[in-house]
Design a protein around this ligand. Structure first.
Ligand code: KG4
Ligand code: ZN
Length: 349
């Protein structure tokens, strides 16, 4: 029996994306990034929803064309139901609900961050559990232990800003365009991280396993520290000359904290694999430092840039997992900006 053909849809933020997947093979995949937000320096929810609505039909059609197939051949629809911008989510979910009803095919509601966990698997069959996962995106920072797909233990999370959000805010402070992560990373490449001293929030020698801040992270204090440094440099007129150093020092601080927390998780769980997911996993320095500090006996997986940004292929793959378990959504399933992560538990001890 051939594996089901899954059509995935992702519209939770500012990428309109559709993918056609059979097993781990991406047969068709279109990701359309919205550029209307650029002038506003951030995603405008109302505009995002309108753009999704304008493009979603064409995006699905192109993905189906690329796959050399048609809508009738689709066996199941997988769509991001949350978390994300509610108006944006509703476009994809509404589309998938209608298609599922019209064609009488099952509908699978996917959690956006669980989908990010499946991104690396599409390019590397070894990126499967058991592993420790670090999910770092614009809205979330989650450190998970994953003994098997569908079972997730939350070890740590951010107390305030997500890692990507911190990159975006610091980009703004440095006068860089949105989205700021790639811009800060690029600029950091030309700077000296040790030329500016910045704190490592939630990371201190005094911490012990079991302490509430052992795994958690926090980035808003770091952003404030950058703001202070930038203001001082502006007053002295040295900012232009030192912008790259600030970017490099900030990136190094974030990477240091994320790598240290992941290392703690790996040591506590005994896992020998780490999966990086979410937009910030595209950061080269993060991946290098992670591989370095984890050592030769442990492997680090992350998706290519295309599959680490928001995309429908990872949504289709996560959807396939739930489809196989018979986890079908009712046709009136709702979008939720704060959808709970399925299968996520907190450690008991
Ligand atoms: O997963 P994603 O595409 O969307 C969300 O689900 O939020 O993540 C987007 C985030 C943005 O904050 C963006 O600035 C950040 O990922 N990002 C990066 C890099 N590329 C994207 N942050 C640091 N370094 C990068 N190279
Ligand atoms: Zn995402």
């Amino acid at each position: 029996m051939t594996a089901p053909l899954v059509l995935g849809l992702e519209t939770s933020c500012d990428e309109t994306s559709a993918a056609v997947l059979r097993d781990d093979d991406i047969l068709g995949h279109v990701i359309l990034s919205q550029d209307v937000h650029e002038v506003y320096g951030g995603v405008v929810p109302e505009l995002a929803a309108r753009e999704h609505l304008r493009r979603v039909d064409a995006v699905v059609e192109r993905a189906l064309d690329e796959a050399g197939t048609s809508l009738d051949a689709v066996d199941a629809f997988a769509v991001t139901a949350g978390p994300g911008l509610i108006g944006a989510l509703l476009v994809g979910l509404g589309w998938a609900r209608a298609a599922s009803w019209a064609l009488d095919r099952p509908l699978v509601a996917v959690h956006h961050m669980e989908a990010h966990l499946f991104g690396p698997l599409l390019e590397n069959p070894d990126a499967r559990p058991p592993f420790v996962a670090l999910l770092v995106s614009g809205g979330h920072t989650l450190l998970l232990d994953v003994p098997e797909w569908g079972r997730y233990t939350l070890l740590g999370e951010t107390r305030d800003d997500a890692a990507g959000e911190a990159f975006d805010k610091v980009a703004k402070l440095l006068g860089l365009p949105y989205p700021g992560g790639p811009e800060v990373a690029r600029l950091a490449g030309a700077g000296d991280p040790s030329a500016v001293s910045l704190p490592r929030p939630m990371l201190s020698r005094g911490q012990r396993p079991g302490d509430p801040d052992w795994y958690d992270v926090s980035f808003s204090g770091l952003k404030t520290a950058v703001l202070t440094v930038v203001r001082e440099m502006e007053e002295r007129g040295t900012l232009d000359a030192r912008r790259a150093d600030v970017a490099a020092a900030f990136q190094e601080a974030v990477v240091d904290v994320l790598v240290a927390k992941t290392l703690r998780a790996v040591e506590a769980t005994g896992r020998d694999r780490v999966v990086l997911g979410g937009g910030v996993s595209a950061n080269r320095r993060l991946r290098e430092a992670m591989a370095d500090r984890l050592g030769a006996d442990r492997r680090v997986f992350r998706a290519s840039a295309r599959l680490s940004m928001d995309n429908a292929a990872m949504v289709a793959r996560a959807g396939r997992f739930h489809l196989d378990r018979g986890e079908i959504a009712p046709l009136d399933v709702e979008a939720s900006s704060s959808l709970p992560f399925p299968g996520l538990t907190r450690p008991t001890a």
